[in-house]
Design a protein around this ligand. Structure first.
Ligand SMILES: *[C@@H]1O[C@H](CO)[C@@H](O)[C@H](O)[C@H]1NC(C)=O
Ligand SMILES: *[C@@H]1O[C@H](CO)[C@@H](O)[C@H](O)[C@H]1NC(C)=O
Length: 208
């Protein structure tokens, strides 16, 4: 009884004194009115943002190679064909954001890197995404994940991605957070035809 009263009093005083939270806008402006995966911001520092992503399905394809630009172009084409009707049912699927590329470097200087390019599955298709016709394309359920995110503007070149991933890695090391160093993600939110307001991100995932 005492505890209930205490809780009620506390709640009542909170209700009176808490400031009104700003209304969350969704999707974020950098998603450009496209559907993009849901996340909540856990923490923001001057160097990075920590985001908790909901589990969600993506459509993916993996390319093993040496060049980010070449692999991401090939991957994008395969996925673009998939959303343009190269799937069971030949349905058109709306474009989403971001174009996510998982970069898994091989061990050693001459080893190939695995680039997994992914499109987010629209919310309406999350339960059962149309089956890809191309055997290189697959539905990829990603578990909920905590991402450390660094963003930058402009047209991202191959070296912009790597230098930003390095900078993020340094910030995380300095902050002594534990993250998976075996791979990182690049997230591009804009079509090549958008000249301004370009938003790019690199992500490392939190490890347990
Ligand atoms: C790349 O993918 C291949 C095939 O799945 C796998 O054998 C290899 O270990 C992967 N390499 C890296 C660096 O993840
Ligand atoms: C390292 O972290 C400290 C706080 O823990 C911060 O004050 C400092 O600016 C950081 N240095 C770099 C190079 O990020």
């Amino acid at each position: 009884m005492m505890i209930t009263l205490l809780v009620l009093t506390t709640l009542a005083s909170l209700a009176v004194t808490s400031p009104v939270l700003p209304t969350q806008t969704w999707p974020p402006a950098f998603c450009n009115k496209l559907e993009c995966p849901k996340y909540t911001t856990v923490k923001t520092t001057k160097d990075y943002e920590e985001r908790q992503y909901d589990p969600a399905k993506w459509t993916s394809t993996t390319i093993s190679g040496m060049s980010y630009d070449e692999a991401s172009r090939t991957g994008f084409e395969r996925l673009f064909n998939y959303i343009s009707g190269s799937n069971k049912g030949q349905v058109k699927i709306p474009m989403t954001a971001p174009v996510l590329v998982k970069v898994e470097p091989g061990q050693g200087p001459f080893c190939k890197t695995n680039f997994t390019v992914s499109f987010f599955v629209p919310f309406a298709d999350q339960t059962s995404p149309p089956e890809p016709s191309d055997p290189n394309v697959f539905t990829n359920p990603l578990t909920g994940m905590t991402a450390y995110v660094r963003y930058f503007k402009g047209f991202a070149s191959d070296t912009d991605w790597t230098s930003n991933a390095e900078a993020l890695s340094k910030s995380l090391d300095n902050a002594t957070v534990s993250y998976n160093k075996d791979f990182y993600y690049t997230a591009g939110y804009n079509s090549p035809f958008q000249p301004t307001n370009r938003h790019n991100e690199v992500w490392y995932l939190k490890s347990d």
